[in-house]
Ligand binder design. Structure first.
Ligand SMILES: NC(=O)c1ccc[n+]([C@@H]2O[C@H](COP(=O)([O-])OP(=O)(O)OC[C@H]3O[C@@H](n4cnc5c(N)ncnc54)[C@H](OP(=O)(O)O)[C@@H]3O)[C@@H](O)[C@H]2O)c1
Length: 336
């Protein structure tokens, strides 16, 4: 083998060039954490406004800025695009990239409904292109430990999960959290986290019951969800965009419990033990916002030419969306 065939592979292993579509609030935090991921480079930014894209690119030292999402697709040397638009546009923006064979990391929820998720998965497979939902919770070291503790039987047989995610949104009625057209409401925005935790620990529920209150804009303001399972198991979950709640998760088994204190969806601490002896606490501090773990996973997949992540497979994203679809339906919310 001559050296000219080795060189491109070596340089690809060193750097992954990221593009960002829709540089809003979360995209800024994501760009900060790209700096913490070894080999990640912010290569290009696309906004509906060239001025905004240029300012974001300058702030994070990206060499390319574009005034439309479509223009980004022609950017040379792009390895993967992170999509950070409101939920209602995830499917459309992901398909733009996938149809051009560009790898995608798309913010949660992957789309507005399971039909859209199926279309995205089919397109990724047809174009043989990487796609992953940016469910960052899955990639924290303490989340891995939680899954292992439950699987090992450390708390006995899993019986109950209690988890909540409520925050006080300062958005205006036409802002992302309240606007129906943008996919607003607590279930898709933050309820997704307790539902995801339950799904990875208990699987898909047999039955779901829901009580929701609604905003004047017609989306769910707060939502109480119970996921029912065979074998005396259940999960009691809560989400809100008006009340600031603890954002904790308690995982109870027949012998003991696990506690992920606030904010459980990007954990830095885990306490577990059986009901009758001293508990053990693990700390796992990390720098930055915590997006580096999902960034590392994407880059590891791309370097191995994988088309999806084994930790956050597309089948899991589809299952998550199907459960959310049902919760949204039971909450009496309909999106256009
Ligand atoms: N993983 C996490 O921790 C986390 C946290 C927060 C949010 N999120 C997810 O990230 C996504 C974006 O949330 P965000 O809080 O960053 O939202 P945001 O601040 O409102 O930013 C969204 C961006 O989308 C673009 N956009 C395109 N069409 C739009 C439209 N019709 N109306 C408004 N904006 C439009 C805008 O960028 P340009 O105009 O510049 O193109 C805007 O800056 C959501 O799906 C949310 O679920 C994830």
């Amino acid at each position: 083998m001559n050296t000219s065939t080795l060189q491109p592979r070596q340089s690809r292993a060193r750097h992954i060039n990221w593009g960002i579509i829709a540089p809003g609030r979360i995209a800024g935090k994501f760009a900060q954490d790209l700096l913490l991921a070894s080999g990640a480079r912010l290569h290009a930014v696309a906004s509906r406004s060239l001025e905004k894209a240029a300012a974001f690119a300058e702030r994070y030292s990206a060499p390319h800025a574009f005034g439309s999402y479509e223009a980004l697709l022609d950017c040379p040397d792009l390895d993967v695009v992170y999509i950070a638009s409101p939920h209602a546009f995830h499917c459309e923006h992901a398909l733009l990239c996938l149809e051009r064979g560009i790898a995608v990391l798309c913010e949660k929820p992957l789309a507005m409904n399971a039909g859209q998720v199926e279309k995205m998965i089919a397109t990724a497979r047809r174009k043989n292109t990487f796609l992953m939902e940016a469910m960052w919770t899955r990639f924290f070291p303490l989340m891995k430990q939680t899954i292992e503790l439950v699987k090992s039987g450390a708390i006995g047989d899993l019986r109950t999960i209690r988890a909540d995610f409520g925050f006080h949104s300062k958005d205006t009625p036409d802002g992302r959290t309240f606007s129906k057209a943008l996919g607003g409401g607590s279930i898709l925005d933050v309820g997704i986290y307790p539902v995801f935790l339950t799904l990875i620990l208990m699987g898909k529920p047999e039955k779901i019951t829901v009580h929701a209150t609604h905003t004047a804009t017609g989306v769910d303001e707060s939502c109480s969800m119970t996921l029912h399972y065979a074998g005396n198991r259940m999960a009691q979950l809560y989400s809100s965009v008006v009340t600031q709640t603890a954002v904790e998760a308690w995982i109870y088994g027949t012998k003991g419990r696990i506690h992920l204190p606030s904010r459980f969806h990007h954990p830095k601490q885990l306490t577990y033990g059986d009901y009758y002896s001293a508990e053990t606490t693990f700390h796992h501090p990390y720098p930055g916002n915590g997006y580096q773990f999902e960034i590392e996973e994407v880059m590891s997949c791309l370097r191995q030419d994988k088309k999806e992540s084994e930790k956050m497979p597309l089948a899991l994203s589809l299952e998550l969306m199907e459960v959310l679809d049902e919760i949204v339906r039971l909450a009496g919310v309909t999106y256009e």
